[in-house]
Design a protein around this ligand. Structure first.
Ligand code: ATP
Length: 253
């Protein structure tokens, strides 16, 4: 019950009447509190796996058990409530609404949630998150008046506004420079250590090195896994990175 289980998952697209098997019999489990990176070559199916696992896209066969709820059995409304209340999403392209301030973008989903919090609770939560992520001073800015790193931290606040069980992140540092990427990863590690489960897709070995586990996808199948344990000591980074680098070489990355 206290995990995300993916069982015999398949995803097929039909293009020009041809069947394209993007994900083939994928099986894995992410326990509550884990932080798992998905790596693999371009086009191997990483983003598709993230979208199908989170119910943003339909699966063709198999099962996804999201902490005790089998998502393919849910109605569209139930799925939408589950996404809103129990999942958070972070993307490489940040998808902020340009006509709203950073603050309004962050709180928007709180008012659609069925968690029934009043205005003060929502405001307190948003202020607390912005404070923790160091972006309180940009609350009233437009989305084009902040740096890429600040915008991505705002996206993390937005993903956390409804206190989700789990965050799904597709290349969360993909559009950031090294420094901003480091800062965003520091926040994701902190959020994870506070209890939020995270599944993220990345091309960046440094990002994956900071996760508990890495799963390598090739041609729509899992080719391998590595278990690194929690990243709690900055001094362990170099050793972890070496281990990941050797493992990725074995995987043919
Ligand atoms: N909506 C769609 N319709 C048809 N084919 C799709 C669709 N979405 C993805 N694909 C195909 O599925 C395959 C896997 O795509 P996906 O985006 O999951 O790969 P990826 O590993 O995340 O790639 P990248 O690292 O380049 O982002 C690709 O061949 C892609 O063209």
């Amino acid at each position: 019950m206290n995990s995300l289980k993916v069982i015999d998952l398949c995803k097929t697209y039909i293009i020009n009447k041809r069947q394209n098997n993007i994900l083939r019999n994928i099986n894995f489990e992410i326990n509550a509190g884990e932080m798992v990176a998905i790596m693999g070559p371009s086009g191997s199916g990483k983003s598709t796996l993230l979208y199908v696992t989170s119910g943003m896209d339909n699966l063709t066969a198999g099962k996804v058990d999201y902490f005790g709820k089998e998502i393919s059995t849910l109605t569209a409304n139930q799925m939408s409530d589950l996404r809103l209340d129990e999942m958070g999403f972070i993307f490489q392209q940040m998808h902020m609404l340009k006509n709203l301030s950073i603050y309004d973008n962050i709180i928007l989903l709180a008012y659609q949630s069925k968690k029934g919090r009043d205005k003060k609770e929502v405001n307190d939560r948003a202020r607390e998150l912005m404070h923790k992520l160091g972006i309180s001073e940009i609350a009233e800015n437009d989305t084009n008046e902040v740096s890429g790193g600040q915008l991505q931290r705002a996206c993390i606040c937005r993903s956390l506004i409804n206190s989700p069980k789990m965050i799904f992140a597709d290349e969360p540092t993909g559009a950031l420079n090294q420094q901003n990427s480091k800062e965003v990863m520091r926040e994701l590690n902190r959020i994870n250590q506070e209890g939020t489960t995270i599944m993220l897709v990345t091309h960046d070995m440094k990002v994956a090195t900071k996760c508990d586990k890495i799963m390598y996808i090739e041609d729509g199948s899992i080719k391998g896994n590595i278990d690194l344990g929690k990243f709690i000591d900055e001094n362990s980074f170099k050793d972890r990175e070496r281990k990941v680098s050797n493992w990725l070489m074995e995987m043919g990355w």
